[in-house]
Design a protein around this ligand. Structure first.
Ligand code: NDP
Length: 247
């Protein structure tokens, strides 16, 4: 059903690496028009260039998801470049693992700002467009750590991912009707996420754990599955993890 992906305009935050990059490349290969946001524009430029060289359509804009006006500009860019917005993938995220007793308050703030408020700013930017169009699709990236608390060490990260699930479900309930809402809850996936911890012992634990990680293409395929459904089918949640992962 990948014909349902062709010509859809898809904004992706955190598109400069990992899941966001893989999703951009995968959807573009099915003919989606992708609009990439992240802070590292050198990476975005390269990814967009490679998508175009392969015959796809891609735009990018430097976007810090902790700044509402920058997320708004990203959505505006999609609408001005392609005339509409079909999907926003609120994907940008940070995983800084450390025991609570380390009191990494600045990292707690960063995770709340990026993982929760960044998603909300994406909702605020896209919802008026979706309501005007009477169509649209939110895809918010939570985690298996948003289903079960990843503790010790991942307590605040889990808190942010529980929040993403709660916000997504309430959003689905409130906007219903014409607008679809999907939450993706991946387990360990290969990306740069595992490098986000400044606490040495936790970083080593994460590094060991991620030896079982699966490819970021696995999440890209899950996202494509949600998008390619007919408009009257709303895939609300997808949980995926490495077969050998028990958490
Ligand atoms: P990466 O670290 O590879 O990617 C994170 C992306 O977020 C980067 O593109 C980064 O770009 C972007 N980002 C970080 N901070 C900001 C910011 N302030 N503004 C805009 N973009 C930002 O990790 P993943 O691909 O793994 O992570 C993507 C999402 O998937 C996250 O929400 C993560 O929590 C979630 N997830 C990942 C899992 C995994 O095992 N990998 C499992 C479950 C969920 P830049 O630095 O250029 O801004």
């Amino acid at each position: 059903m990948s014909e349902n992906i062709a010509n859809k305009v898809v904004v992706i935050t955190g598109a400069s690496s990992g899941l966001g990059e893989a999703t951009a490349r995968h959807l573009a290969s099915f003919g989606a028009k992708v609009v990439l946001g992240a802070r590292r524009t050198d990476k975005l430029e390269k990814i967009a260039g490679e998508i175009r060289a392969a015959g796809g359509q891609a735009e990018y804009l430097k976007t810090d998801v902790t700044v509402p006006s920058e997320v708004q500009s990203l959505v505006d860019k999609a609408v001005s470049a392609y005339g509409k917005l079909d999907v926003i993938v609120n994907n940008a995220g940070l995983m800084a693992i450390a025991p609570m007793s380390e009191l990494k308050v600045e990292e707690w703030d960063r995770m709340i700002d990026i993982n929760i408020k960044g998603v909300l700013y994406g909702v605020a930017a896209a919802l008026p467009v979706f309501q005007r169009q009477k169509s649209g699709h939110f895809i918010n990236i939570s985690s298996v750590a948003g289903i079960k608390v990843f503790s010790p060490g991942g307590t605040v990260y889990s808190g942010t991912k529980f929040a993403v699930r709660a916000i997504s479900d309430g959003l689905r309930h409130e906007v219903g009707g014409d607008i679809r809402t999907t939450t993706i809850e991946p387990g360990a996936v290969e990306s740069e996420l595992k490098y986000g911890s400044s606490h040495r012992e936790s970083a080593e634990m994460v590094g060991d754990f991620y030896q079982l990680a699966i490819s970021s293409d696995s999440v890209a395929r899950a996202i494509a599955y949600a998008i390619e459904q007919p408009a009257d089918v709303d895939i609300n949640e997808i949980v995926l993890r490495p077969t050998v992962q028990d958490f």
